[in-house]
Design a protein around this ligand. Structure first.
Ligand code: FES
Length: 73
């Protein structure tokens, strides 16, 4: 199975001034080890402002989140 970029590995890409874009199969767990339902393509919050953590809800745009460089957390 390939991810959304035609690769067979799971990939995580920092989106400039935005979330981590995850493509591929992952196991995601909460702080108590509980499983969190995932999708083949999903965005994880990097700004800390999402009300749907660990997922991005678009808040980064509203609060003006800026990353130093794409690819760096
Ligand atoms: S990165 Fe999108 S809400 Fe935090």
């Amino acid at each position: 199975m390939t991810n959304g970029w035609g690769e067979t590995k799971t990939t995580i890409q920092c989106v400039e001034n935005g979330p981590y874009m995850v493509k591929g199969t992952v196991v995601l767990k909460g702080d108590k080890g509980e499983p969190i339902t995932t999708m083949a393509v999903m965005s994880l919050c990097r700004c800390g402002g999402s009300k749907s953590k660990p997922f991005c809800d678009g808040t980064h745009s509203r609060i003006g989140f800026r990353s130093n460089k794409s690819g760096q957390a």
